[in-house]
Design a protein around this ligand. Sequence first.
Ligand SMILES: CC(C)(COP(=O)(O)OP(=O)(O)OC[C@H]1O[C@@H](n2cnc3c(N)ncnc32)[C@H](O)[C@@H]1OP(=O)(O)O)[C@@H](O)C(=O)NCCC(=O)NCCS
Length: 159
Amino acid sequence: MTPRMTLDTYEESERNALGDAMDVMVSAFDPAFGEAWTLPQLAGVMAMPGTWLTIARVDAAPLGFALVRSVLDECELLLLAVSPLWRGRGIGEALLNDALRTARLKGIRSMNLEVRASNIAIKLYEKLGFEYVHRRPGYYRGNDGQLHDALSFRLDMLG
Ligand SMILES: CC(C)(COP(=O)(O)OP(=O)(O)OC[C@H]1O[C@@H](n2cnc3c(N)ncnc32)[C@H](O)[C@@H]1OP(=O)(O)O)[C@@H](O)C(=O)NCCC(=O)NCCS
């Protein structure tokens, strides 16, 4: 992790970090897959109880974020993104570890996620102990109309 980096967490209904998350969003997701969220989508989820957003910053500049939604003792990693210029320095891993730590502090027992089967992010999820659950064929449609399978992963956080 880069030494000047800070991780700041914003709970549901806090809207002041949405712009920072959108700054990362527009550069982090390949437009071919249509996976980036819009500001209204992000604001809509942030308004839901049990949601939190963590922003990674260096010298106040946002360079990554994680978005998690929890219901009772389960949570879902909705988005994880690092700006392209900052990749490969452990920031995605730090954000995900922080999300897991926050989840444990809230008494949450498992984290789920869904990811495009060709996404390199799967390497990170497996590194942190997520286990493959199932495949949904043709679940995502790219901007070119091509269908992509989704894989779902789960991490049980007992103990
Ligand atoms: C996935 C993503 C968040 C990873 O962020 P990152 O900061 O570059 O990842 P890290 O540097 O923390 O990598 C941690 C581990 O993940 C794996 N990993 C990450 N990027 C990798 C790559 N390009 N190739 C292979 N393994 C990779 C490795 O296991 C790595 O550990 P190692 O360095 O010990 O080998 C980033 O690539 C990204 O923003 N992608 C676009 C958005 C996206 O698709 N998000 C996921 C779905 S919401």
